[in-house]
Design a protein around this ligand. Structure first.
Ligand code: GTP
Ligand code: MG
Length: 437
């Protein structure tokens, strides 16, 4: 299994954890403000292999700049770590570097203090399987670690021979910073290389309708992927089971097919540099013609999850990207009718399925088809005969309705999606669209 050099989630297995959630007033300018969610944090700790032994919550107007918590709460936390023999303290809120350091100092050497971002990074590190995912996680971890150096990077020293490179008068911390920055550069270059290879591969997919499954982690994206394509991707009842992108071709009829991609799930307050680092994997989402947004209908608050997913999507795709909302796990909802009535009011056109039931996959597949067809119209293109190969994909699906060539210039009526017309015209200066039919 691919791993980064940290392996902290592994070391964390079975660790006794105390969770801390500080409820801050909502702030539209600060996505990290608002109520803490210690229930979700418990699931994250569990996914990382830890064990939650106590939960502490506090309501604050502003976090304490030095220790995040108020003085009294900090004393209570310290007592709790002793009473519960905790080895780990996990904050639901993101800690500034100095807050993390001060808390660590206040709580002593026997417990490790981490925040939600660090926990999510740990989970990603243990779940990463491919080289791309491993590199992406390491990049995110190093970007997170850079302002928070705590002398953890033994593996870097081995790789880079840091001890020998230390100059006179230079502190260890500066050396570490330099090593990490250099490693970040290396990772960026390696990821760019993988990305270039992928670009070459995906060039063959031009003209093919692309659909990406997106949604909150554990919503059932991979289950739906398997139900529609038989891809056999990993399905697990844990958070972030999927970290890579898997794409499969789905045959529709003798003229049409689409590509379906299953990829990493999102979560409330997904660490920003994780999204940044996973750009390559998420490219499939950015390039999709249609997003199938899978929602766990049985979740405590599906609307909040929808919002969280939409806020991550906003970083990746234009707001007007065609989206199909699918409420999954309908079987887990006690009153289906009530849910459907309530949801349909906010989200007309939403689909309700259960990926575990035989009709689930086909229902989503059919809804994708309807969207796919509604995107097509017949356009008239003029192009040199030598460029006719560009229409190959549409010829193969029988979507070139008519084609006439004269003196080396061809006019073709093609059933195409607007997006494909736009892409083709932008790329090929010798192709023109003319009014028709
Ligand atoms: N009851 C019920 N459970 C489902 C359904 N679809 C998926 N599940 C379960 O939900 C859990 C998560 O499913 P996955 O398909 O791995 O979810 P995912 O969205 O791919 O999750 P990540 O890859 O972790 O983001 C698994 O235990 C599935 O068996 C459904 O329709 N009904
Ligand atoms: Mg999955």
């Amino acid at each position: 299994m691919g791993r980064t050099g940290f392996d902290r989630a592994e070391a964390q297995r079975g660790e006794r954890a105390i969770l801390v959630g500080v409820h801050l007033p909502p702030d539209p300018d600060d996505p990290l403000a608002g109520p803490a969610d210690t229930e979700e944090l418990t699931r994250l700790v569990d996914t990382a292999g830890g064990q939650t032994v106590a939960v502490l919550e506090q309501r604050l107007a502003h976090p304490n700049p030095a220790t995040f918590l108020g003085k009294g709460k900090l004393a209570e936390l310290k007592e709790a770590t002793v009473a519960h023999q905790a080895e780990l303290v996990v904050f639901d809120n993101d800690l500034a570097p100095n807050q993390g350091r001060n808390l660590q100092k206040a709580l002593g050497e026997d417990v490790r203090v981490i925040d939600r971002t660090e926990l999510i990074l740990d989970i990603f590190a243990t779940h990463a399987r491919t080289r791309q995912a491993t590199l992406q996680v390491e990049l995110a971890q190093l970007q997170y670690a850079l302002p928070r150096l705590r002398r953890l990077w033994k593996h870097l020293e081995r790789q880079e021979g840091a001890i020998g490179t230390r100059g006179p008068g230079e502190t260890q911390l500066e050396t570490d910073r330099r090593l990490i920055s250099r490693r970040i550069g290396v990772l960026r270059r390696q990821l760019e290389q993988i990305r270039n290879e992928q670009r070459t591969q995906t060039r063959n997919r031009e003209g093919v309708y692309r659909v990406a499954l997106v949604g909150y982690t554990n919503a059932g994206k991979s289950t739906l992927m398997n139900a529609i394509t038989g891809a056999g991707v990993l399905v697990e009842d844990r958070l972030f089971a999927t970290l890579d992108a898997t794409t499969r071709r789905v045959e529709v009829d003798e003229r049409r097919h689409f590509l379906l991609t299953d990829t990493v799930g999102f979560i409330r307050r997904l660490p920003h540099h994780l999204v940044e680092s996973f750009r390559a994997t998420l490219q499939e989402v950015a390039d999709a013609d249609l997003l199938v947004h899978v929602v766990d209908a049985g979740a405590a608050d599906p609307e909040q999850q929808i919002e969280a997913v939409e806020s991550v999507l906003a970083e990746l795709v234009p707001a007007d990207r065609s989206t199909l909302l699918v409420f999954n796990k309908l079987d887990s909802v006690p009153d289906r009718e009530l849910l459907q009535n309530r949801v349909s009011r906010h989200h007309p056109g939403a689909l309700f399925v259960s990926a575990l039931e035989p009709a689930g996959g086909p229902a989503v597949r059919d809804a994708i088809l309807v969207r796919m067809r509604s995107d097509e119209r017949v356009v008239r293109l003029v192009l040199p005969a030598g460029k006719l190969y560009l229409l190959g994909p549409w010829h193969r699906t029988g979507d070139v309705v008519e084609q006439v060539c004269e003196n080396g210039l061809c006019t073709a009526a093609v059933r195409m999606r607007q997006e494909d017309v736009r892409r083709l015209l932008a790329r090929e200066s010798e192709v023109r669209e003319v009014p028709g039919p």
